[in-house]
Design a binder for this molecule. Structure first.
Ligand SMILES: Nc1ncnc2c1ncn2[C@@H]1O[C@H](COP(=O)(O)OP(=O)(O)OP(=O)(O)O)[C@@H](O)[C@H]1O
Ligand SMILES: [Mg+2]
Length: 572
């Protein structure tokens, strides 16, 4: 093979590989262009998972016919005033989004420039534009993208289901709408309006519209400035956490980012108050002097680099901690965690069925707690006998050579999960239709995520359907879940949908869904248990595989041996 120069079209397709990961990336680029054009209203139409049509209409400054042609050329931009890439005030600056999209899709561009009498339309197929012809359009620009990725079949193959692509695209527009409350946004797919936010909202009203009332009720306001950095927004209370980071919205100088420094700082701020594997919901706006942040580090412009990274990190952490302090919350004291550290988590193996049977054969009363429990017999149970419940959350059980402290929710969660798996493997999960179907309110993006898994959920006995714009209808549930809090259950399942998508293997996805169901079905922390209930839980734990950890990987119990206790009291 001889070295040859690639054609302009091939170069653009290669760039498209980086800039356009999936249909939502095209939505992001087009909406960002509309924002940069000074629009006050931006409307998005999205069909067939973004593959049949993406249409973005704005009322911004528009383009003249000459500019329209130029806009489709690679490395042509109206946004860079300096060549050293310091003063970047716009979302775009690379001059490659439109030519990249045009190289992998059929694109048409209609525009009516400000202060000009006419609109023009220009069609591009496989990267080559026709001449602009007169058209009709009120002021602004309308871009239609059809058959996205038809020219790059390899990329087409990697797309997820239409529902998942739709959910991603809604998410992208939600993020941009959060950062630009003055602009009106709408997002429609074939069957419904997923987002509709009016022009001229206050920042607070926009956050509340996009994030929902529940988030507002469970979050605290952040407002902090130090040096040249200002951090504002809302962060959820530690008790309102999720199974993944999908509800973390962060913006740097108005640009939505999925930035490691910012997410690391959020993790740092919650480290004392949230177990690992749980994520807060946040809407955080970090603003700093434009010269202190480099936005040219990622082809899709979703990451940034701060000139003073560690200062920025500590200011974000301080901002969040101050917000908690102002709200009257105190992070765990270091002392408590040091004490907990001295409690080791035993590498405990479930006893053989024979050992449990032996203990039962000895006629051990299950409510043995109240009957001076015959310590010699109790000691035959690896997890001992329940002696007390603390704060309606922890069970204290005396074992042969010490005691254990059991987290009742974590333990029950594991038991239920293993039982559901066994039930599914045997005769299938028992279900129960609801006499009165329940309407559960969720935001539009959450609904789209949830419905992307509706077949999986139906196979587990949970039948859902869309109900209006902001709710789903639950028709049938697994029998055991009949009394569960369906709102929080569905929220948990949305998190699974976000994390797993349809890309992950079916068994992994199903197990994740079952684990989430188990979590919501289990004895909550904060419920008082009778002695026989506590002992039954301990015995179940002994029978259940993996009972040492809950489904989130946290220990279900910690054990302290007599020798540890003696050491704590300085007796040995
Ligand atoms: N909706 C629009 N309204 C007015 N002008 C637009 C619009 N969309 C694009 N343009 C013009 O077309 C140019 C090229 O757009 P394109 O998105 O390809 O590059 P960019 O926005 O400059 O940089 P980036 O590649 O980082 O997005 C823009 O600089 C802008 O001048
Ligand atoms: Mg652009």
């Amino acid at each position: 093979m001889r070295i040859r120069k690639l054609s302009e079209c091939t170069i653009n397709r290669i760039a498209a590989g980086e800039v356009l990961e999936r249909p939502s990336s095209a939505v992001k680029e087009l909406v960002e262009n509309a924002i940069d054009a000074g629009s006050t209203q931006i409307d998005v139409v999205f069909r067939g998972g973004g593959k049949s049509l993406i249409r973005v209409t704005d009322n911004g400054c528009g383009m003249s016919p000459d500019e329209m042609v130029l806009a489709l050329e690679r490395h042509a931009t109206s946004k860079l005033s300096d060549d050293d890439l310091i003063q970047i005030h716009t979302l775009g600056f690379r001059g490659e989004a439109l030519p990249s999209i045009a190289s992998v899709a059929r694109l048409s561009l209609t525009s009516h420039a400000q202060n000009s009498g006419d609109a023009f339309k220009l069609e591009v197929e496989a990267g080559s534009p026709a001449n602009p012809a007169p058209a009709r359009l009120a002021q602004g620009t309308e871009i239609e993208v059809r058959d996205l990725f038809y020219a790059t079949p390899a990329r087409l193959k990697f797309l997820k289901s239409d529902r998942s692509e739709l959910a991603e695209a809604v998410d992208v527009v939600r993020r941009l709408a959060l950062a630009h409350p003055a602009i009106g946004f709408s997002f429609a797919s074939e069957d419904r309006q997923w987002l509709s936010a009016p022009q001229g909202e206050s920042a607070m009203a926009r956050v509340s519209r996009i994030m929902g009332a529940e988030f507002m009720a469970n979050s605290v306001a952040v407002q902090h400035q130090a040096e040249h950095i200002r951090v504002e927004g809302f962060v959820s209370l530690p008790t309102y956490s999720r199974g993944n980071g999908a509800q973390q919205f962060a913006f740097v100088n108005g640009r939505p980012v999925r930035d490691k420094l910012v997410s690391g700082a959020i993790r740092g701020a919650y480290a004392d108050v949230l177990p690992s594997g749980r994520f807060p919901s946040t809407v955080l706006f970090v603003d700093c002097a434009i010269t202190h942040v480099d936005v040219n580090v990622h082809p899709a412009k979703t990451e940034v680099r701060f000139r003073d990274a560690s200062l920025t990190r500590s200011i974000i952490i301080a901002a969040i901690k101050r917000a908690f302090a102002a709200a009257g919350l105190r992070p765990d004291s270091a002392k408590a965690s040091a004490t907990i550290h001295s409690f080791g988590h035993q590498n405990w193996q479930p006893p053989s069925a024979g050992a449990v049977q032996n203990a039962l054969d000895m006629n051990m009363p299950l409510a043995g707690f109240a009957e001076e429990a015959a310590p010699a017999i109790a000691m035959d149970f690896p997890l001992g006998m329940a002696r007390a419940q603390l704060h309606d959350t922890y069970i204290v059980a005396q074992t042969a050579n010490g005691f254990i402290l059991v987290d009742q929710h974590a333990a029950h969660e594991r038991i239920v999960y293993e039982r559901l798996k066994a039930e599914r493997a045997a005769q299938g999960i028992q279900t129960q239709p609801l006499l009165i179907p329940q309407v559960i309110e969720l935001d539009a993006a959450a609904i789209a995520q949830l419905l992307s898994l509706d077949e999986d959920l139906a196979s587990l006995g949970l039948r859902l359907e869309a109900f209006g714009d902001n709710a789903v209808l639950v028709r049938e549930v697994p029998s055991a879940l009949a009394r569960a809090d369906l709102t929080s259950l569905l929220r948990g399942l949305v998190d699974v949908a976000v994390e797993e998508g349809e890309a992950s293997a079916l068994p992994q996805r199903i197990n994740h869904l079952l684990a989430t169901m188990a979590c919501h079905w289990s004895v909550r922390a904060g419920r008082s248990l009778r002695a026989d209930e506590m002992n039954a839980l301990l015995r179940e734990m002994e029978r259940t595989p993996n009972a040492g950890q809950c489904n989130h990987g946290r220990p279900t119990f910690i054990a302290l041996e007599m020798k540890d206790i003696e050491r704590l009291f300085g007796r040995s």
